[in-house]
Design a protein around this ligand. Structure first.
Ligand SMILES: Nc1ncnc2c1ncn2[C@@H]1O[C@H](COP(=O)(O)OP(=O)(O)O)[C@@H](O)[C@H]1O
Ligand SMILES: N[C@@H](CC(=O)OP(=O)(O)O)C(=O)O
Length: 424
């Protein structure tokens, strides 16, 4: 087998959540690493990013965070103790140092007024911890590797928490430095993180490690990208909600990007575009059964595939009504869209009637409050929270009946292929 092939492997939180998970990961690298050059992109361990968000919230509200900090540190240390019996191993010093830096960062939070900027400097520690552990663990297992700081390669603007990639600059840097490193052996790097040209850390949006891997795959002209998950592949529904699911053996980029857009959380929505633009296949594989076929996502075409069910949680339905019985005009819509864009509120579904306009969006209380403040002079605004957005792609009578059963529908919309509704 030729060693000219480059593949990018992405391991998410679930695949590094415990010492056992790290061992399983090393096994996957051992099985597949002799056939190809591998770049490993790793997310934070388990639910570390959530824990870091919680720490930051406590610190920014000047509330007690020491206990939560120590808990997060203890979780990482437990994994270290299992993976590195020698307590003098340099990985211990490295992790101690990173936790000290996190502690300093949290200590300076209340004085800082740009929350989103501080968010990126804080929440990014999860991937710094996990990638350091992975680097040292693979070395100890006999897989020499380079630990690459993705913040120096994925160059972004300072649109904190959802930074936009400078593709040209990132590609030049990655081609210049990472290609030669891959000739020497494995490369390990962080998902989710980018960096500005003045050296500050940015993040690419929650669950953005899939996207990081796709950026590297694009810039390296990889032969394939693999995301290793706790499911057999891309399924027609989230097994957390549905007992019976079907695994797609092959599916197109287009179907996948739509599923991701509607909320199938298995793949970050931004992942597909860079891969499709260079025709790089994406494989969704199970780290619990690495020999399983998984799903291949590529430029294929299928006429018919099993209906896909997607549930997006934590939705909010907002309706804007004009105050004087004039119709909703393009001018009114322009005003609403401008405010939404300013506040980074994304529309998941929208619908207008004669005198009102409704949107379904992810619920962010602070942003919604600001939206109401901005527009309350011109519109009467009502909203409902704790809703779900249901989407059925490739629906038929049976799948509709199944999803709609016992639900009160607050808004619905259908095209020839896709049915969506908002409900409790
Ligand atoms: N269509 C789908 N197919 C497979 N898994 C799905 C789908 N929709 C949602 N999921 C969920 O995605 C989870 C895996 O993604 P994620 O939790 O982001 O993994 P990681 O953080 O380890 O990368 C699965 O456990 C499953 O519950
Ligand atoms: N750790 C980040 C980035 C990420 O992609 O994680 P995961 O691959 O576990 O979804 C997050 O939780 O948002």
């Amino acid at each position: 087998m030729s060693k000219d092939r480059i593949s990018v492997y992405k391991f998410g939180g679930a695949s590094v959540k415990s010492a056992e998970a790290f061992r399983n990961l090393a096994q996957i690298v051992q099985t597949n690493g002799s056939e190809q050059r591998l770049l490993l992109v790793v997310s934070a361990m388990g639910k570390t990013t959530n824990a870091l968000e919680e720490l930051l919230n406590l610190a920014s509200q000047q509330r007690e965070y020491e206990q939560a900090f120590l808990q997060l540190k203890a979780y990482h240390q437990e994994v270290l103790h299992e993976l590195f019996p020698d307590r003098d191993h340099p990985v211990y010093q490295r992790l101690d140092h990173l936790f000290e830096l996190l502690h300093l960062q949290l200590g300076s939070t209340p004085q800082n007024d740009n929350f989103d900027k501080v968010y990126d400097q804080t929440v990014s520690f999860g991937e710094l911890f996990s990638s350091s552990i992975l680097h040292h663990f693979l070395e100890a297992q006999g897989f020499p590797n380079t630990l690459l700081d993705s913040r120096k390669y994925i160059q972004t603007d300072n649109n904190w928490r959802e930074a936009r990639v400078d593709w040209g600059w990132s590609e030049r840097l990655i081609k210049r430095d990472v290609l030669p490193l891959l000739q020497e052996g494995l490369v390990v790097t962080q998902g989710f993180l980018g960096g500005t040209n003045n050296g500050l850390t940015t993040t690419l949006g929650r669950e953005g490690s899939d996207f990081s891997a796709a950026i590297f795959a694009f810039c390296l002209d990889a032969e394939g990208m693999y995301i290793w998950k706790d499911v057999p592949g891309l399924l027609n529904a989230d097994p957390k909600y549905f007992q019976e699911t079907v695994c797609y053996a092959e599916i197109s980029y287009q179907e996948t990007v739509e599923m991701a857009y509607y909320g199938a959380s298995v793949i970050h929505p931004k992942t597909i575009k860079p891969l499709a633009n260079k025709q790089i296949p994406l494989y969704v594989k199970s780290f619990l059964n690495p020999a399983g076929a998984g799903t291949k996502i590529s430029d294929c075409r299928f006429e018919k595939f099993a209906p896909a069910y997607i549930i997006k949680e934590n939705q909010c339905l907002v309706s804007f009504s004009v105050k004087d019985f004039t119709f909703i005009s393009e001018q009114n819509l322009g005003t609403i869209f401008n405010a939404l864009s300013e506040l980074r509120i994304k529309i998941n579904v929208m619908q207008n009637s004669a005198i009102s306009f409704s949107i379904c969006t992810d619920y962010h209380p602070t942003r919604l409050h600001r939206l109401i403040q901005t527009l309350h002079d011109q519109f009467v605004i009502h909203y409902n929270t704790e809703l779900r957005l249901y989407t059925i792609k490739n629906y038929d009578a049976d799948s509709l009946a199944k999803m709609l059963q016992d639900k009160e529908v607050l808004l619905e919309q259908r095209t020839r292929t896709t049915f969506q509704f908002v409900s409790k």
